[in-house]
Design a binder for this molecule. Structure first.
Ligand SMILES: Nc1ncnc2c1ncn2[C@@H]1O[C@H](COP(=O)(O)OP(=O)(O)OP(=O)(O)O)[C@@H](O)[C@H]1O
Ligand SMILES: [Mg+2]
Length: 349
């Protein structure tokens, strides 16, 4: 499995890119560079994606996500900084070595499925293997396996235009999985799908990930999607990564107003889990009330809390109580309200 690392990566398009990087380091803004005819698409991006992790890059249109992704697979060369793939600097590879890494170790899944209309579903799924030079029997076998993983067995001989958008995207995913590449780069892969199908694809990716354990970089402009999928999330704004962390970090401690404005639209009850709100181990109770585990989403914790007459006990894998969640604290967290409780004289009387 693969590790991916970006070290102080810059990408500047247009005039005098090297000088533009120096100016950025000296504090010049993206706008100042633009008046000089240079576009700073990615500015000083650093992160590390561990093997088997889903790392989500999230940001509005034009924030530099696709440019960053294209540098991760060597399609674009950074103006400055390094991309390390399994510890090897991509920019130091010869063209031949880079082509080899790209065709065997890295797969891309695009937003618009990019299927070949005059090839069958099976031939589309086998495309990456064809590029690798696999023989026909081998590529058909592996493509059929990948299609099955993506819930498309039985559709092998169909044409792409006979499939719905969601199914076409599954073919795109199968094509990426068929090559056995360790690193999957997904650029807005689910953004063109209807909300229900999109959710379905997210579930399927998470399910596949449990068994395949790929290293995945997933790009989206939707923070809910980022939080559902990402083990780690980087939020980009105007070329810079403005915050990196887990869904919980970003939700409970947004770095600035920009990140906070995204966070408003997130369903906190599905993203936050019991371990984010629990306090001290407490005593728990011995009466056999239902308990929850640290990874129980707050939405499910609410259902338990409504039935239990005291704080809900959170138990670890060995059954020992690791914390408790009081109802008022739970409600406050879902409402993003961490201020002191109001004292009500009438209630006290
Ligand atoms: N080849 C290029 N030449 C010049 N400018 C470019 C090039 N590619 C991207 N840009 C500019 O770099 C900036 C970042 O673009 P990029 O496509 O990476 O953004 P993005 O976050 O992927 O946006 P979207 O969500 O719309 O796909 C934009 O201002 C874009 O116009
Ligand atoms: Mg893009």
């Amino acid at each position: 499995m693969s590790t991916l690392q970006a070290e102080h990566v810059y990408k500047v398009f247009g005039r005098r890119p090297g000088a533009a990087v120096r100016a950025l380091r000296d504090g010049a803004s993206r706008e100042e560079l633009r008046t000089d005819g240079a576009t700073a698409a990615v500015i000083d991006a650093s992160f590390r994606v561990e093997p088997g992790e889903i790392f989500v890059i999230m940001g509005l249109s034009g924030s530099g996500k696709s440019t960053l992704l294209r540098m991760l697979n060597g399609l674009l060369e950074p103006t400055d900084g390094r991309i390390l793939f399994d510890g090897r600097d991509l920019t130091a590879l010869s063209r031949r070595e880079l082509r080899h890494v790209r065709s065997t170790k890295i797969s891309m899944v695009f937003q618009h499925f990019a299927l070949f209309p005059h090839r069958s579903v099976l031939e589309n799924a086998a495309y990456g293997l064809e590029v690798q030079g696999a023989d026909r029997a081998d590529r058909e076998r592996r493509a059929a396996e990948a299609l099955e993983l993506c819930g498309l067995s039985g559709w092998q001989d169909s044409w792409p235009d006979e499939l719905s958008g969601g199914m076409q995207q599954r073919v795109g995913l199968a094509r990426a999985l068929a090559t056995d590449a360790d690193l999957l780069l997904m650029d807005e892969s689910f953004s063109a799908l209807d909300p229900l199908i999109r959710r379905d694809m997210q579930d399927q990716l998470l399910e596949l990930q449990k068994t395949l354990g790929k290293t995945i970089v997933f790009i989206t402009h939707d923070l809910n999607e980022a939080m559902r999928l990402g083990d780690g999330i980087a939020v980009m704004r105007d070329g810079r990564i403005v915050q990196q962390g887990t869904a919980e970090d970003i939700l409970t401690r947004p770095a600035d107003d920009y990140v906070a404005s995204f966070v408003q639209d997130v369903d906190r009850s599905r993203v936050l889990t019991a371990d984010a709100v629990m306090t001290g181990p407490g005593a728990g109770c011995s009466c056999g009330c239902p308990t929850v585990t640290p990874d129980t989403p707050l939405a499910d914790l609410c259902a338990v809390s409504a039935r239990v007459p005291h704080p809900v006990a959170v138990t670890g894998t060995d059954g020992a109580v690791v914390g408790t969640v009081a109802q008022d604290r739970l409600v406050a967290f879902i409402g993003d309200e961490h201020r002191a409780p109001v004292r009500c004289e009438e209630a006290a009387a």
